[in-house]
Design a protein around this ligand. Structure first.
Ligand code: CA
Length: 359
């Protein structure tokens, strides 16, 4: 094949990938990446967030870096995304860091913590505090880079088939709840189960689990969880602002020219903001539907239950910090940022929201 044929073929491939042939400066230099995800393909919010990230990188680079998304199980199972990116089977992944607690326990701090930081606070810590630096240190031995690429905001507490009136009601409960929230449940005598989102509905209807949390009204409505459980609890104390992460194979990233590196970095930032905006826009309407159309029983965790959960959660975080020196360092940084933010939030967001709603 001579050079002209080669270029023509490359341009046709670019057209097939949805990129204008004229924008591909040199078809021979096109780089193709795979992105594996822990979400079902095209799943609202999370899966579409991964799609947006791939599309943005492909478009912003004029087709020089083309990213193709694979849903859970298409290339690798949901919980093998980190390993796949680490060994270079895929150059990118889209997931959340608490899924790797068996491998990198301290990474859970870069996902969310029960009674921890909100989305805004996490962004502050990651972008302008020590968060990103510590995250880089934590993933370095695995040849992986993690970046915030989405946030759910405050999640919902979860779906139950019985009311939660005291901590005793959590005893013996088999519940899908990931990360440190799962550790909290374990200390209360429950059994936390880590299942990918795509398996929740079946697990709950078949009785494999008694209860589940997932994300919030928009996602929970899409999975039809209201058909499998009666009570919908709030607030999601266990996930107050969960970061979805873009995983990037470090070698693949470092091999990119500087402009493509900047595109990858900034596409992650855009998707990080965009996903939170989408949840803010879609959750209220979805909750309305769940309550008014599907007659879901909305319940608040009782104050005394939350107070006890808060105490157990602090113990769980402290125990994680004691696991290894990296966890200790990250926990200290996280808590220092949270304490400073807590004081300021009282006279800003909290004071304002209380004033806005008339007390
Ligand atoms: Ca969740």
């Amino acid at each position: 094949m001579d050079r002209r044929d080669f270029l023509k073929k490359g341009s046709l491939a670019a057209v097939a990938a949805g990129v204008s042939a004229s924008t591909v400066a040199n078809a021979a230099s096109v780089i193709k990446w795979k992105m594996v995800t822990t979400w079902p393909k095209n799943f609202p919010g999370l899966g579409t967030g991964a799609n947006n990230l791939a599309k943005l990188i492909t478009e912003m680079s004029g087709g020089r870096l083309q990213v193709k998304v694979y849903g859970a199980k298409e290339l690798v199972p949901a919980f093998e995304v980190f390993d796949a990116v680490s060994r270079g089977t895929a150059e990118m992944g889209h997931a959340s860091a608490y899924y790797w607690k068996g491998k990198v326990p301290e990474a859970q701090f870069f996902s969310t913590m029960p009674f921890g930081m909100t989305a805004n606070e996490m962004n502050g810590w990651i972008y302008y505090g020590d968060g990103q630096k510590l995250w880089d240190e934590s993933y370095k031995p695995f040849g992986v880079i993690g970046r915030p690429a989405g946030n759910t905001g405050v999640q919902m507490g979860g779906w139950f088939n019985k009311e939660i009136n005291s901590l005793a009601d959590m005893k013996g409960l088999k519940m899908r709840i990931p990360g440190l929230g799962g550790e909290v449940l374990k200390r209360l005598g429950g059994t936390p189960v880590n299942l990918p989102g795509g398996e929740l509905f079946t697990a709950l209807t078949s009785g494999t689990i008694d209860a589940t949390e997932w994300v919030g009204p928009y996602n929970d409505l899409a999975f039809g969880l209201y058909k499998a459980a009666k009570y919908y609890y709030y607030p999601g104390f266990h996930e107050p602002g969960t970061i979805l992460e873009a995983l990037i194979n470090r070698k693949a990233f470092e091999a990119l020219p500087k402009d493509l590196q900047a595109i990858v970095e900034n596409a992650c930032r855009v998707v990080n903001m965009d996903m939170l905006a989408e949840y803010s826009a879609r959750n209220p309407g979805a909750l309305e539907q769940l309550v008014n159309k599907h007659h879901v029983q909305l319940r608040a965790y009782p104050d005394d239950v939350l107070a006890q959960l808060r105490k157990v959660s602090a113990d769980v975080a402290a125990d994680l910090a004691a696991q290894n020196p990296a966890a200790k360092k990250i926990h200290a940084s996280y808590m220092a940022f949270l304490e400073a933010s807590r004081k300021y939030s009282r006279i800003s967001d909290l004071a304002y929201l209380t004033a806005r709603d008339g007390g």
